[in-house]
Design a protein around this ligand. Structure first.
Ligand code: FES
Length: 169
């Protein structure tokens, strides 16, 4: 069973995709992987509601659906955040305090590494090196590199991004 069940907001179009895929494959044999692929491609991950729906329409157990999803690494149970925050935890950044940044991010967003906030706005990942060691500690958000980041700067960065979202409406 899922180790953690964050519930992510689904857009109307996500629900529609799940309905359509379930209908398309209803009663089919050996079609679970194809159905999962279509959902992953269109929704970005396999939500819990899709697992339940596929189990119903394909007349299999939810644990069977779940074990297929977790067996194949290309399926994911969590969406990526609109803002993908990558924290470098390589040696150069680590010695300059990358852990403090990670802790602050986890605390501010109430998620762990590899997770996404329920509103699907932010996700946190940690990597070994992003090739900017001289600027450490660094984080990257959707490819934009932030240099010499201190933990106290994290709330400011997050507030900026949140404001940007609010303006975008
Ligand atoms: S160790 Fe952080 S950028 Fe290389």
């Amino acid at each position: 069973m899922p180790e953690k069940s964050l519930l992510y907001e689904l857009r109307d179009e996500d629900c529609q995709v799940i309905e359509e895929v379930a209908e398309k494959y209803q009663g089919g044999q050996g079609v679970l992987i194809s159905a999962l692929h279509e959902i992953q491609e269109n929704v970005g991950f396999i939500p819990r509601v899709a697992q339940i729906k596929l189990a119903e329409t394909l007349d299999i157990s939810i644990s069977e659906v779940y074990s297929v999803i977790t067996f194949y690494s290309f399926f994911t149970l969590q969406p990526k955040g609109k803002y993908q925050i990558i924290v470098c935890n390589g040696t150069a950044c680590y010695v300059k305090g990358a852990n403090g940044i990670l802790d602050k991010l986890k605390q501010e967003l109430c998620i762990n590494i590899g997770e996404t906030t329920p509103d699907r706005l932010f996700s946190i990942e940690a990597v070994r090196c992003i090739g900017a060691c001289g600027l450490g500690p660094v984080i990257s958000i959707n490819g934009e590199v932030y240099a010499r980041v201190k933990p106290e700067r994290i709330p400011v960065i997050l507030a900026d991004l949140t404001r940007r979202e609010e303006k975008a409406g």
